[in-house]
Design a protein around this ligand. Structure first.
Ligand SMILES: Nc1nc2c(ncn2[C@@H]2O[C@H](COP(=O)(O)OP(=O)(O)OP(=O)(O)O)[C@@H](O)[C@H]2O)c(=O)[nH]1
Ligand SMILES: [Mg+2]
Length: 311
Protein backbone atom coordinates (compact mmCIF):
# COMPACT_ATOMS: atom_id res chain seq x y z
CA UNK A 1 0.00 0.00 0.00
CA UNK A 2 1.33 3.48 -0.86
CA UNK A 3 2.03 5.90 1.97
CA UNK A 4 -0.67 8.52 2.52
CA UNK A 5 -0.17 11.47 4.82
CA UNK A 6 -3.34 12.85 6.29
CA UNK A 7 -2.82 15.60 8.85
CA UNK A 8 0.75 14.41 9.31
CA UNK A 9 -0.29 10.83 10.11
CA UNK A 10 1.47 8.09 8.14
CA UNK A 11 -1.38 5.68 7.50
CA UNK A 12 0.81 2.86 6.18
CA UNK A 13 2.88 2.94 9.35
CA UNK A 14 -0.27 3.00 11.47
CA UNK A 15 -1.83 -0.04 9.72
CA UNK A 16 -2.05 -3.22 11.77
CA UNK A 17 -1.60 -6.50 9.93
CA UNK A 18 -4.64 -8.47 11.10
CA UNK A 19 -4.67 -12.25 10.59
CA UNK A 20 -6.89 -13.31 7.68
CA UNK A 21 -7.88 -16.64 9.21
CA UNK A 22 -7.14 -18.30 5.86
CA UNK A 23 -4.97 -21.44 5.55
CA UNK A 24 -1.29 -20.76 6.12
CA UNK A 25 1.69 -21.06 3.81
CA UNK A 26 4.80 -22.85 5.08
CA UNK A 27 6.38 -19.47 5.92
CA UNK A 28 3.30 -18.34 7.83
CA UNK A 29 3.21 -21.59 9.80
CA UNK A 30 6.83 -21.24 10.83
CA UNK A 31 6.23 -19.15 14.03
CA UNK A 32 3.87 -21.90 15.28
CA UNK A 33 6.55 -24.51 14.61
CA UNK A 34 9.14 -22.45 16.48
CA UNK A 35 6.93 -21.78 19.51
CA UNK A 36 7.69 -23.63 22.73
CA UNK A 37 6.81 -27.31 22.40
CA UNK A 38 6.65 -27.02 18.59
CA UNK A 39 3.71 -28.41 16.69
CA UNK A 40 3.32 -31.77 15.01
CA UNK A 41 2.91 -31.49 11.24
CA UNK A 42 0.38 -33.92 9.81
CA UNK A 43 0.50 -34.26 6.03
CA UNK A 44 -2.71 -35.46 4.38
CA UNK A 45 -2.15 -37.03 0.97
CA UNK A 46 -4.50 -38.96 -1.26
CA UNK A 47 -6.07 -39.12 -4.69
CA UNK A 48 -8.59 -36.47 -5.71
CA UNK A 49 -11.83 -37.13 -3.89
CA UNK A 50 -10.31 -39.46 -1.29
CA UNK A 51 -11.60 -37.25 1.53
CA UNK A 52 -8.70 -35.09 2.78
CA UNK A 53 -10.59 -31.81 2.98
CA UNK A 54 -13.64 -33.54 4.42
CA UNK A 55 -11.47 -34.99 7.20
CA UNK A 56 -10.28 -31.48 8.09
CA UNK A 57 -13.80 -30.13 7.92
CA UNK A 58 -15.08 -32.92 10.19
CA UNK A 59 -12.44 -32.06 12.81
CA UNK A 60 -13.61 -28.46 12.82
CA UNK A 61 -17.28 -29.46 12.94
CA UNK A 62 -16.69 -31.94 15.76
CA UNK A 63 -15.09 -29.20 17.87
CA UNK A 64 -18.03 -26.89 17.11
CA UNK A 65 -20.27 -29.45 18.83
CA UNK A 66 -18.17 -29.87 21.98
CA UNK A 67 -15.09 -31.76 23.16
CA UNK A 68 -13.65 -34.26 20.70
CA UNK A 69 -11.12 -37.02 21.42
CA UNK A 70 -10.97 -35.63 24.97
CA UNK A 71 -9.74 -32.29 23.70
CA UNK A 72 -11.31 -28.86 23.73
CA UNK A 73 -10.70 -26.44 20.89
CA UNK A 74 -8.67 -23.54 22.21
CA UNK A 75 -8.35 -21.49 19.03
CA UNK A 76 -7.07 -21.62 15.49
CA UNK A 77 -5.26 -19.23 13.20
CA UNK A 78 -7.18 -20.65 10.24
CA UNK A 79 -10.81 -20.47 11.36
CA UNK A 80 -11.96 -18.74 8.18
CA UNK A 81 -10.28 -21.45 6.10
CA UNK A 82 -11.97 -24.19 8.13
CA UNK A 83 -15.34 -22.48 7.79
CA UNK A 84 -14.96 -22.07 4.04
CA UNK A 85 -14.04 -25.74 3.63
CA UNK A 86 -16.85 -26.86 5.90
CA UNK A 87 -19.66 -24.94 4.31
CA UNK A 88 -20.54 -27.27 1.44
CA UNK A 89 -19.78 -30.45 3.30
CA UNK A 90 -22.20 -29.78 6.13
CA UNK A 91 -25.52 -31.49 6.34
CA UNK A 92 -26.82 -28.09 7.39
CA UNK A 93 -26.13 -26.87 3.87
CA UNK A 94 -29.28 -28.79 2.91
CA UNK A 95 -27.69 -31.28 0.52
CA UNK A 96 -28.88 -34.86 0.66
CA UNK A 97 -25.33 -36.18 0.58
CA UNK A 98 -22.36 -34.05 1.65
CA UNK A 99 -20.17 -32.48 -1.01
CA UNK A 100 -16.81 -30.80 -0.37
CA UNK A 101 -15.17 -28.23 -2.69
CA UNK A 102 -12.20 -29.64 -4.62
CA UNK A 103 -8.75 -28.47 -3.60
CA UNK A 104 -6.86 -27.25 -6.67
CA UNK A 105 -3.16 -27.65 -7.35
CA UNK A 106 -2.81 -23.87 -7.60
CA UNK A 107 -3.72 -23.65 -3.93
CA UNK A 108 -0.44 -25.50 -3.17
CA UNK A 109 -0.07 -26.92 0.31
CA UNK A 110 -2.78 -25.42 2.48
CA UNK A 111 -1.82 -25.62 6.15
CA UNK A 112 -4.54 -25.55 8.80
CA UNK A 113 -3.94 -24.85 12.46
CA UNK A 114 -5.66 -26.20 15.55
CA UNK A 115 -4.91 -25.25 19.15
CA UNK A 116 -6.19 -27.82 21.64
CA UNK A 117 -6.39 -28.30 25.36
CA UNK A 118 -6.98 -31.47 27.36
CA UNK A 119 -10.54 -31.73 28.66
CA UNK A 120 -9.38 -31.62 32.29
CA UNK A 121 -7.55 -28.33 31.55
CA UNK A 122 -4.43 -29.72 33.24
CA UNK A 123 -2.06 -30.00 30.31
CA UNK A 124 -0.57 -27.16 28.29
CA UNK A 125 -2.08 -25.77 25.08
CA UNK A 126 -1.13 -27.97 22.12
CA UNK A 127 -0.75 -26.84 18.53
CA UNK A 128 -1.31 -29.04 15.51
CA UNK A 129 -0.66 -28.24 11.85
CA UNK A 130 -2.47 -30.18 9.13
CA UNK A 131 -1.33 -29.85 5.52
CA UNK A 132 -3.98 -30.55 2.88
CA UNK A 133 -2.19 -31.72 -0.26
CA UNK A 134 -4.34 -31.44 -3.38
CA UNK A 135 -5.24 -34.68 -5.15
CA UNK A 136 -3.65 -33.26 -8.30
CA UNK A 137 -0.28 -33.13 -6.53
CA UNK A 138 -0.76 -36.78 -5.64
CA UNK A 139 -1.44 -37.80 -9.23
CA UNK A 140 1.47 -35.76 -10.57
CA UNK A 141 3.79 -37.31 -7.99
CA UNK A 142 2.79 -40.77 -9.22
CA UNK A 143 3.38 -39.81 -12.85
CA UNK A 144 6.75 -38.12 -12.44
CA UNK A 145 9.68 -38.41 -10.04
CA UNK A 146 10.50 -34.73 -10.66
CA UNK A 147 7.02 -33.70 -9.52
CA UNK A 148 7.30 -36.00 -6.50
CA UNK A 149 10.64 -34.39 -5.59
CA UNK A 150 8.88 -31.02 -5.12
CA UNK A 151 7.11 -32.56 -2.12
CA UNK A 152 10.34 -33.57 -0.40
CA UNK A 153 10.42 -30.88 2.30
CA UNK A 154 6.87 -31.31 3.50
CA UNK A 155 6.87 -35.12 3.42
CA UNK A 156 10.23 -35.41 5.20
CA UNK A 157 9.12 -32.85 7.77
CA UNK A 158 5.84 -34.70 8.49
CA UNK A 159 5.41 -36.02 12.00
CA UNK A 160 2.76 -38.27 10.50
CA UNK A 161 2.32 -38.93 6.79
CA UNK A 162 -1.35 -39.72 6.34
CA UNK A 163 -2.30 -41.48 3.12
CA UNK A 164 -6.05 -41.49 2.46
CA UNK A 165 -7.44 -44.24 0.25
CA UNK A 166 -11.08 -44.23 -0.83
CA UNK A 167 -12.26 -47.55 0.59
CA UNK A 168 -15.54 -47.31 -1.32
CA UNK A 169 -13.44 -47.67 -4.49
CA UNK A 170 -11.77 -50.76 -3.04
CA UNK A 171 -15.18 -52.45 -2.91
CA UNK A 172 -15.88 -51.84 -6.60
CA UNK A 173 -14.29 -54.24 -9.08
CA UNK A 174 -13.98 -51.46 -11.68
CA UNK A 175 -11.97 -49.10 -9.48
CA UNK A 176 -10.24 -51.48 -7.03
CA UNK A 177 -7.09 -52.32 -8.99
CA UNK A 178 -6.44 -48.74 -10.11
CA UNK A 179 -6.97 -47.27 -6.63
CA UNK A 180 -4.69 -49.83 -5.03
CA UNK A 181 -1.92 -49.61 -7.61
CA UNK A 182 -1.88 -45.78 -7.50
CA UNK A 183 -1.63 -45.82 -3.72
CA UNK A 184 1.12 -48.40 -3.86
CA UNK A 185 3.03 -46.49 -6.57
CA UNK A 186 3.02 -43.32 -4.48
CA UNK A 187 4.44 -45.14 -1.46
CA UNK A 188 7.08 -46.84 -3.60
CA UNK A 189 8.09 -43.52 -5.16
CA UNK A 190 8.44 -41.81 -1.77
CA UNK A 191 10.50 -44.74 -0.43
CA UNK A 192 12.73 -44.64 -3.51
CA UNK A 193 13.26 -40.90 -3.11
CA UNK A 194 14.25 -41.44 0.51
CA UNK A 195 11.36 -39.39 1.93
CA UNK A 196 10.71 -41.96 4.67
CA UNK A 197 13.18 -43.14 7.27
CA UNK A 198 13.24 -45.58 10.15
CA UNK A 199 11.51 -43.08 12.45
CA UNK A 200 8.76 -42.03 9.98
CA UNK A 201 5.15 -42.55 10.97
CA UNK A 202 2.73 -43.61 8.27
CA UNK A 203 -1.04 -43.76 8.66
CA UNK A 204 -3.08 -45.33 5.91
CA UNK A 205 -6.71 -44.29 6.24
CA UNK A 206 -9.43 -46.31 4.55
CA UNK A 207 -11.93 -43.50 4.03
CA UNK A 208 -15.71 -43.44 3.48
CA UNK A 209 -16.08 -46.52 5.68
CA UNK A 210 -19.82 -45.80 5.96
CA UNK A 211 -20.16 -46.70 2.27
CA UNK A 212 -18.27 -49.98 2.73
CA UNK A 213 -20.50 -50.82 5.69
CA UNK A 214 -23.65 -49.95 3.75
CA UNK A 215 -22.55 -52.03 0.74
CA UNK A 216 -21.62 -55.25 2.47
CA UNK A 217 -21.99 -54.98 6.24
CA UNK A 218 -19.33 -56.07 8.70
CA UNK A 219 -18.19 -59.00 6.55
CA UNK A 220 -17.18 -56.72 3.70
CA UNK A 221 -15.54 -54.32 6.18
CA UNK A 222 -13.40 -57.14 7.56
CA UNK A 223 -12.50 -58.33 4.08
CA UNK A 224 -11.49 -54.87 2.79
CA UNK A 225 -9.44 -54.11 5.89
CA UNK A 226 -7.64 -57.47 5.86
CA UNK A 227 -6.78 -57.25 2.20
CA UNK A 228 -5.48 -53.66 2.52
CA UNK A 229 -3.43 -54.69 5.56
CA UNK A 230 -1.80 -57.57 3.67
CA UNK A 231 -1.10 -55.34 0.71
CA UNK A 232 0.38 -52.29 2.46
CA UNK A 233 2.01 -53.89 5.48
CA UNK A 234 4.36 -55.87 3.28
CA UNK A 235 5.31 -52.68 1.45
CA UNK A 236 5.69 -50.28 4.39
CA UNK A 237 5.41 -51.65 7.90
CA UNK A 238 8.96 -52.89 8.46
CA UNK A 239 10.66 -49.87 6.89
CA UNK A 240 9.27 -47.12 9.13
CA UNK A 241 8.96 -46.39 12.83
CA UNK A 242 5.19 -46.74 12.92
CA UNK A 243 2.67 -48.00 10.43
CA UNK A 244 -1.07 -48.06 11.04
CA UNK A 245 -4.10 -48.82 8.94
CA UNK A 246 -7.34 -47.22 10.15
CA UNK A 247 -10.85 -47.27 8.69
CA UNK A 248 -12.48 -43.82 8.98
CA UNK A 249 -15.70 -42.12 8.02
CA UNK A 250 -15.02 -38.43 8.46
CA UNK A 251 -18.50 -37.47 7.35
CA UNK A 252 -20.75 -40.51 7.05
CA UNK A 253 -23.99 -40.37 5.11
CA UNK A 254 -26.80 -39.29 7.40
CA UNK A 255 -28.44 -42.73 7.20
CA UNK A 256 -25.25 -44.46 8.38
CA UNK A 257 -25.03 -45.75 11.96
CA UNK A 258 -21.43 -44.47 12.11
CA UNK A 259 -20.87 -41.18 13.96
CA UNK A 260 -19.30 -38.04 12.49
CA UNK A 261 -15.53 -38.42 12.56
CA UNK A 262 -15.67 -42.22 12.96
CA UNK A 263 -12.10 -43.43 13.58
CA UNK A 264 -10.69 -39.91 13.55
CA UNK A 265 -10.71 -39.30 17.31
CA UNK A 266 -8.09 -41.95 18.10
CA UNK A 267 -5.88 -40.70 15.30
CA UNK A 268 -6.15 -37.09 16.44
CA UNK A 269 -5.19 -38.10 19.96
CA UNK A 270 -1.98 -39.78 18.80
CA UNK A 271 -1.07 -37.03 16.30
CA UNK A 272 -1.18 -34.50 19.12
CA UNK A 273 0.30 -36.65 21.89
CA UNK A 274 3.19 -38.25 20.03
CA UNK A 275 6.41 -36.38 20.45
CA UNK A 276 7.29 -34.04 17.60
CA UNK A 277 9.85 -36.02 15.58
CA UNK A 278 12.38 -33.20 15.43
CA UNK A 279 12.31 -32.85 19.21
CA UNK A 280 12.82 -36.56 19.83
CA UNK A 281 15.78 -37.28 22.05
CA UNK A 282 18.76 -38.45 20.06
CA UNK A 283 19.92 -41.49 21.97
CA UNK A 284 23.67 -41.56 21.64
CA UNK A 285 25.90 -42.35 24.56
CA UNK A 286 28.71 -40.02 25.58
CA UNK A 287 32.13 -41.61 25.38
CA UNK A 288 34.25 -41.53 28.53
CA UNK A 289 37.98 -42.07 28.53
CA UNK A 290 39.08 -45.20 30.38
CA UNK A 291 41.16 -43.17 32.84
CA UNK A 292 39.47 -43.35 36.17
CA UNK A 293 38.92 -39.77 37.17
CA UNK A 294 36.40 -38.90 39.91
CA UNK A 295 34.02 -37.43 37.29
CA UNK A 296 33.96 -40.64 35.28
CA UNK A 297 33.42 -42.73 38.32
CA UNK A 298 30.58 -40.42 39.34
CA UNK A 299 29.02 -40.44 35.86
CA UNK A 300 29.17 -44.20 35.50
CA UNK A 301 27.68 -44.67 38.90
CA UNK A 302 24.93 -42.03 38.70
CA UNK A 303 23.83 -42.16 35.04
CA UNK A 304 25.23 -45.34 33.56
CA UNK A 305 22.76 -45.26 30.66
CA UNK A 306 24.17 -41.97 29.33
CA UNK A 307 27.83 -42.95 29.10
CA UNK A 308 29.98 -45.51 27.40
CA UNK A 309 33.56 -46.30 28.30
CA UNK A 310 35.96 -45.98 25.35
CA UNK A 311 37.71 -49.23 24.56
N1 LIG B 1 -20.15 -40.97 2.42
C1 LIG B 1 -19.03 -40.31 2.67
N2 LIG B 1 -18.57 -39.41 1.80
C2 LIG B 1 -17.40 -38.78 2.10
C3 LIG B 1 -16.67 -39.04 3.29
N3 LIG B 1 -15.53 -38.29 3.29
C4 LIG B 1 -15.57 -37.60 2.13
N4 LIG B 1 -16.68 -37.86 1.42
C5 LIG B 1 -17.10 -37.27 0.13
O1 LIG B 1 -16.08 -37.49 -0.83
C6 LIG B 1 -15.99 -36.39 -1.72
C7 LIG B 1 -14.56 -35.93 -1.87
O2 LIG B 1 -14.07 -35.47 -0.63
P1 LIG B 1 -12.95 -34.33 -0.49
O3 LIG B 1 -12.72 -34.15 0.97
O4 LIG B 1 -13.29 -33.13 -1.28
O5 LIG B 1 -11.73 -35.03 -1.17
P2 LIG B 1 -10.25 -34.45 -1.33
O6 LIG B 1 -9.36 -35.59 -1.01
O7 LIG B 1 -10.06 -33.21 -0.52
O8 LIG B 1 -10.21 -34.15 -2.89
P3 LIG B 1 -9.29 -33.06 -3.67
O9 LIG B 1 -9.45 -31.75 -2.99
O10 LIG B 1 -9.87 -33.07 -5.05
O11 LIG B 1 -7.89 -33.57 -3.64
C8 LIG B 1 -16.91 -35.31 -1.14
O12 LIG B 1 -18.10 -35.25 -1.90
C9 LIG B 1 -17.18 -35.77 0.25
O13 LIG B 1 -18.45 -35.35 0.72
C10 LIG B 1 -17.22 -39.99 4.22
O14 LIG B 1 -16.68 -40.29 5.29
N5 LIG B 1 -18.40 -40.60 3.85
MG1 LIG C 1 -9.57 -31.26 -1.04
Amino acid sequence: MSDHNISGLNLAAAMVNLPTGKPLTAAEASPILRAAGGAPVIVLAGAAGSGKTTLLASLHDSFQRGPFANYLAAGSQTLVGFEERCFDSRFASGLDAPLTQRTTVEEGQLIYHLRLRDLDLRGPLRNLLLADMSGEHYERAIDSAAEAATLETIVKRADAFVHLIDAAKLTDSETRAHTRSNASMLMRRFFELGFFSSDSRIDILLTKWDIVLARGGLDLCKQVEASAATFFESQCAKRVGRFRLTPVAARPHYKSPLPLGYGVDGLLRSWVDDQVRQLAVYRRRILLSPTVRPFERFALCEAKEMFEVMS
